[in-house]
Design a protein around this ligand. Structure first.
Ligand SMILES: *Cc1c(COP(=O)(O)O)cnc(C)c1O
Length: 371
């Protein structure tokens, strides 16, 4: 082993790398396709493209890119504060909510501590826990939904963080308000809850969990949101946490001074005001989800009922279907990283993308039966 490896901390070489959705350009290069012939339904991005208001704001901001960003994201925190009914000092901005998950691990976890999460919840929680040599306690889901009772029961004196993805990726299931309330009321006092709401804006307003209330009440909670999904800005990397001010201060101590770039701040502030775009997104997701579900169930495939912009589908050998679809220029996501080798996850695209995806899956199933 060379010094470059042997000098490293031993557990680092054992870490598993995150497998992201395969990029369009990569698949196009491999197949000799034009990138325009390839569609990506693999990373739960917004198929409508970015909010036009955000695009205009970025254009207007482009000639200021020689300046460092506002390290406090003053205007964006003020905008979020007004929109969400929180104080500005209860809002923390991150380079995507993924960065915030990593910073939470930095603040709370080390060897001997643990996190509690559901076994089919977002894998990033376990990955960041392993960065700090913390253990991950996984509790089984029930019909692909969080079993909050089991999670409470799994908490030990060494537990620091409990993660609930709501709605959850990759299952698309949601925890209702009364269940969440009961969970929060019974959380032992040494534990901090992380409520990851990356897809929550896709729900009709009256169905969205009222988790900011816990922040206002000063409970030990971080509510994570992102501009990557409903707001269509995944490429910019920007998300936020709402938490009691003491929690925000902890995160501020461990972040980089300019963790959120200036373009992202400008675009997010503009997107936040684009209610029309969010409405259009919700309607397109609802229609696309219903279509995909109908088509795939028509092919005899089981789909987990989803409230988000993706669908978890039982297909048999998931990675095989992923490869077969890739070779037809349709990128979806295999699910072995989630212990679900029989499933794939399909993001809702535009209507023509959804139609192409359903057609390609039907072809693959036919070819598989013949071979
Ligand atoms: C997509 C996603 C995120 C966040 O993404 P960022 O792009 O880093 O903001 C966080 N949690 C879940 C469950 C997600 O699916």
């Amino acid at each position: 082993m060379s010094a470059i490896e042997s000098a490293a901390k031993p557990w680092v070489s054992k870490l598993a790398a995150y497998e992201p959705g395969r990029p369009i350009e990569e698949v196009a290069r491999a197949l000799g396709f034009n990138p325009r012939e390839v569609i990506k339904l693999a990373s739960n991005e917004n198929a409508m493209g970015p909010s036009p208001k955000a695009v205009a704001a970025m254009r207007a901001f482009a000639d200021k890119m020689h300046l460092y960003p506002d390290g406090d994201s003053f205007y964006l925190r003020r905008g979020l504060s007004a929109k969400l009914g929180l104080q500005a000092d209860q809002i923390f901005l991150g380079h995507g909510s993924n960065e915030i998950i990593a910073l939470l691990a930095h603040v709370y976890l080390d060897r001997g501590s643990n996190i509690v999460m559901a076994d089919r919840a977002f894998v990033m929680y376990q990955l960041v826990a392993s960065l700090y040599e913390a253990e991950t306690i996984m509790t089984p889901m029930r019909e692909f939904a969080h079993d909050l009772e089991a999670m409470l029961a799994a908490i030990t004196p060494e537990t620091k963080l409990v993660f609930v993805a709501n709605p959850n990726n990759p299952t698309g299931t949601v925890v209702r308000n009364d269940a969440l309330d009961r969970f929060m009321d019974r959380l032992p006092p040494h534990v901090v809850a992380v409520l990851d709401e990356a897809y929550v804006e896709l729900l009709p307003r009256e169905e969205q969990p009222d988790s900011f209330r816990y922040v206002r009440e000063g409970r030990p909670v971080f509510v994570l949101r992102t501009f990557s999904k409903t707001y269509g800005l995944a490429g910019l990397r920007i998300g936020y946490a709402a938490a009691p001010a003491e929690g925000v201060r902890l995160l501020n101590r461990v972040r980089q001074p300019f963790n959120v770039n200036a373009m992202a701040q400008a675009a997010a502030l503009a997107a936040l005001d684009d209610d029309e775009y969010v409405e259009r997104t919700r309607a397109a997701v609802r229609e696309g989800l219903a279509f995909l579900r109908r088509e795939l169930m028509g092919l005899g495939l089981e789909c987990v009922p989803s409230v988000a912009n993706f669908l978890l589908v039982k297909v048999g050998r998931g990675r095989e279907l992923f490869e077969a679809l890739s070779s037809k220029g349709v990128i979806i996501r295999p699910m072995d990283a989630y212990g679900l080798p029989d499933h794939v996850r399909i993001t809702v695209g535009t209507m023509s993308e959804n139609e192409r995806c359903a057609r390609a899956i039907a072809e693959c199933l036919r070819e598989r039966r013949i071979s």
